[in-house]
Write a protein that binds this ligand. Structure first.
Ligand code: AMP
Length: 284
């Protein structure tokens, strides 16, 4: 496995592989890798001849008041996870390598990026779509792997790929959780022991909401109220949003039918965590 930091080096590898007729899978990450990321890399290695993992804390998807500076970074550890999971190349660029200082071109979306995290983090998906487009152009993969942990992001990327005719298959992968149910996240490292315990409420509340729906509840507001009530009972938790939307077009719905995404963003202390579930039911 090789670690490179320039676009030129990535392109040299890609060119060589394509000449040999090899397929390429891309796993875009912001690093500080855990088993969630590893599951994407393992899947990419199963389905492609070569796997590129990008490891880049993308400044354009952070607002000035967010955690860009403090976001955890550890390339050495990431390299071990990548190696063990079957990656061939880590692309670890500097912000200067990825962005011209006078860049004026961005990929902007409306629709699926407007709700949920798009409401709380207005520039977030512009940054995500821009960096992912750049990574697609740099690595020209056959397939790219994204986690359902960021379900809205998965929907946004799929829509962008369709709308902009990227010839890339987008593969969605299930949420990997800790044994006690907390969705694995690089941001979990911010939590102190009391917060780590309190964070369990997010998955528990969503699970109770899911049971309500599976028992026949069709009223979004009732399910959202139930989930919110459970989360609000935890003193260390502060709700950013709890929402139910159609999936994958991410439109707010009053009545639960068809494929839906229930998603929550919750501050535990100062740490903003997200989690969700999807229910796929074409005919109800
Ligand atoms: P990040 O480094 O947080 O930007 O995540 C990079 C990719 O890993 C995204 O596609 C995420 O959805 C995915 N990912 C992060 N956490 C998990 C998890 N717990 N389970 C599955 N995929 C995940």
């Amino acid at each position: 496995m090789e670690i490179v930091s320039t676009i030129k080096e990535v392109r040299e590898n890609v060119k060589k592989w394509k000449k040999e007729g090899l397929s390429i899978g891309l796993v875009p990450t912001m690093g500080y890798l855990h088993e969630g990321h590893a599951s994407l890399i393992v899947r990419a290695a199963q389905e492609n001849d070569k796997v590129i993992v990008s490891d880049f804390v993308n400044p354009t998807q952070f607002a000035p008041n967010e955690d860009l500076e403090s976001y955890p970074r550890n390339l050495e550890r990431d390299a071990q996870v990548c190696q063990q999971s079957g990656a061939d190349l880590i692309f670890h660029p500097s912000p200067e390598e990825m962005y011209y200082p006078d860049a004026v071109t961005f990929v902007n979306m409306t629709g699926p990026s407007d709700e949920l995290c798009g409401k709380s983090r207005p520039i977030h998906f512009r940054g995500v779509c821009t960096v992912v487009s750049k990574l697609f152009n740099i690595t020209t993969p056959d397939r790219a792997y994204f986690g359902q942990k960021d379900a809205q992001q998965l929907a946004v990327i799929k829509r962008m790929v369709r709308d902009l005719n990227f010839d890339i298959e987008i593969v969605g992968c299930p949420i990997i959780r800790e044994n006690d149910g907390l969705a694995k996240s690089s941001r979990n490292t911010y939590l102190n022991p009391a917060e780590r315990q309190a964070a369990l409420i997010i998955h528990k509340a969503l699970d109770d909401g899911k049971k309500l729906i599976l028992d026949g509840e069709k009223n979004s507001a009732a399910v959202i109220a139930k989930i919110s009530e459970i989360i609000s009972a935890e003193p260390l938790a502060r709700i950013d949003y709890v929402e139910i939307v159609s999936f994958p077009d991410i439109k707010v719905i009053d009545t639960i039918k068809g494929d839906i995404l229930a998603a929550a963003a919750v501050y535990i202390g100062n740490t903003r965590l997200i989690d969700n579930f999807i229910i796929e039911r074409q005919c109800t």
